[in-house]
Design a protein around this ligand. Sequence first.
Ligand code: SAM
Length: 386
Amino acid sequence: MALNKEKEMVIKQVITEDYAVYNGDSMEVIPELIEDKSIHLSVYSPPFFDLYQYSSSPRDMSNCKSYEGFMENYEFLVKEISRITMPGRHSIVHCMDIPIKGGNGFIDYPGDIISMHAKHDLVYSGRRCVWKEPYRIARRTMSIGLKHAQVIKDASICNVAGADYILDFRKKGDSDPPISHSKGFSEYSGSNPPPQDLVDKYSGWEDNRTNRLSHWIFRHLASSVWMDINIDSVLAYKAARGSDEEKHVCPLQLDVIDRCIDYWSNPGEIVLTPFMGVGSEVYSAISKGRRGIGIELKETYFNQAIRNLKHAKDRYLKTQGDLFAKENSDTEPASTHKFRTCKRKEEINYKEGGIKLNHCNLGWDLTMSVEEKVDRCNRCFYYSAN
Ligand SMILES: C[S@@+](CC[C@H](N)C(=O)[O-])C[C@H]1O[C@@H](n2cnc3c(N)ncnc32)[C@H](O)[C@@H]1O
């Protein structure tokens, strides 16, 4: 039987010692392939409802018909993130307020994400705000409300160059092992690096109490506002554009991801992104001596991610010596986790109780009755697309 590409759970996969990446729908791949309490850290940007449309696939969350339907689907994923995250460890979500079409204000997307995580044992632990330069945002979005000419004419419809928010959620429980920075911080990602005299004097400094370089970096990472994220610190992405896409994918800045990985994980640990795009979170994880798992629905982005990941291990070799040798030399590998390969290749076509559900299992719960599943399917955006 010919396989229907849209219905295969994993269309392509690449599994190496350092990473496992799957071209598929994260709503299916995570429940099927990722074990309970196996992830040390997740870092990701979810789709921003319909602000950017990445593809025409009905599985693409940005194609949900309503914000409520979108959040319902996203909640299914958050529940899964809670299941797979180790106790005491973190899930970091990059997001922003979503402008409502026609200049009708903003949706408080970060607020809704916070409420949703609270329902699933993921404790909101604060946010970092990434400052955006208004002129750049005005050029990128062509928003009238950010034009100087508009403030001269009528400021009543001017708005804000919205910040990005880095939301931090901690899974209930105690972290074992702890996230231990036993040698202090020495790496910093951002356009305002530590003063050279601190770098010269304190690199390799043994006493954490007096290591002023580590204190300087820590104070910047712990700040509620990150002013010096280099907006251009992104991986190659333009070649990945598909013909069905309205706008380019907007990769997350490596400066942001690097900080999260440095702060909330130990070398050798596993970092997940359910929305991999062109591979940024997995790339940063590997370049920093961690292991990565990424899932991406769109084939052209997935292929670009594979190209980008080929260079991940070289990232620091040119400038900073062999980071891997340095970080892992005196420690046991933190994770011996074996990445799983998807073996399921049949069409997903459920028949239960005589009712044919031509459907993925998106949004299903193991405890649901057939009737509840049918009801869930009838309300799903996939259903209307089928
Ligand atoms: C905000 S972008 C992430 C960009 C990524 N952080 C990077 O730096 O490239 C969201 C991504 O989610 C993907 N996506 C949307 N729905 C998905 C789904 N159900 N499963 C997996 N990926 C999905 C989109 O194709 C898009 O690449």
